[in-house]
Design a protein around this ligand. Sequence first.
Ligand code: GLU
Length: 446
Amino acid sequence: MHHPAVEQVIEELKARNPDETEFHQAAHEVLSSVAAVLEKYPEFVEARVLQRLIEPDRQIMFRVAWLDDSGVPQVNRGFRVQFNNVLGPYKGGLRFHSSVKLGTIKFLAFEQVFKNALTGLPIGGGKGGSDFDPHGRSDNEIMRFCQSFMTELYRHIGADTDVPAGDIGVGEREIGYLFGQYKRLANVYSGVLTGKGPQWGGSLARKQATGYGLVYFTTRMLSARRMDWRGLRTVISGYGNVAIYAAEKAERLGAQVVAMSDSGGYVYDPNGVDIALMRSVKEERRARIDVYAAERRGAEYHAGCSGIWGVPCDVALPCATQNELDGEAAKSLIANGCKVVAEGANMPCTPEAVQAFQSAGVGFGPGKAANAGGVATSLLEMAQNSQRLHWTFDEVDNKLHSIMNGIYDQCSQAAEDFGEPGNLVLGANAAGFVKVARAMLAQGVV
Ligand code: GLU
């Protein structure tokens, strides 16, 4: 469905932010879903909600200078985009990857606004990061980089203002160095970052949460098709926390995970991936995925990661990065009989791929719903920090499970309300948008 206000806003957005192609893509996806919402709520058009919503509250860009192990000064660029805080403090991860640009962080922050709204928890949306590449850097280099990054960032964040967390390239080690520097500068021990170590304020099950949550969400998609995980061949791209813990949970529910990947290539393991071995290669040895294939009988390593979508499967969970699964990959998944696709990464499927899945009747779960378990559990970490309490793994996991069920119900209800039952892209965008837009109206023009 088209709406004149939507078309106009998208044109303006492109003109004002040339070169930010990932941001254009994310905004286009959300806004084209909300045409139906605007028909139902003309007050959103009158209040120019779209125009106000696509402009971030604040964008911070800064130099991060640090000394490498040879004593040579290095310079990177740091970002924090505080997109919208009508529902709560800005919340979203930090990404350290050589591909990071302002447009990358803006698209992630924009997605985060709606994702966080869908959780039903009091969190606004933001995202940050740097073009720093942690690969091949020593622990000391990473520490010095994180300290320099936080030396600027600390003045913009706080437990009630903006609470960063991890994303690609930022895990417990980086959060530790960032937290240590924040504490030194601000002289407060607070829940200003999530994804902390469980011994120093982190929540149990936070590391597993995005992957587990993705599987809980996918379980609902499967049961809507009268299916369950038992015996389903599952392909999972990526090699971070999301992919590894999605694999662990899917396998526990009876799936056979037959392929996983990193940025260099993929592993095909027809007998089912040995999750314990995969975890040890990644988490303990910090090695690449080809090491897994070398140690595991019957597993094959293939260079180049996009080939993973040629592996026949029933369920595909793209958990690596944006635009990793294109129209061609979607065609091959469909031809091989794939029935359900759910996004563990943020925007891993291109618009052509999403279109192809939807027209072929393949179930499609968009990331802003399917991967929201990570940020939801970050909020559970914030809650524990404020209460100065520590919940058990099962307490957190049970809460996560019901949050994911709630997200699925909302998306599927909204899809029905707006006339396209089963369209979870429309459902997620519409449900998230209505919550944010209502709060914006209530809080006035600011
Ligand atoms: N980076 C994760 C995401 O994309 C988690 C954010 C958080 O925990 O704040 O949602």
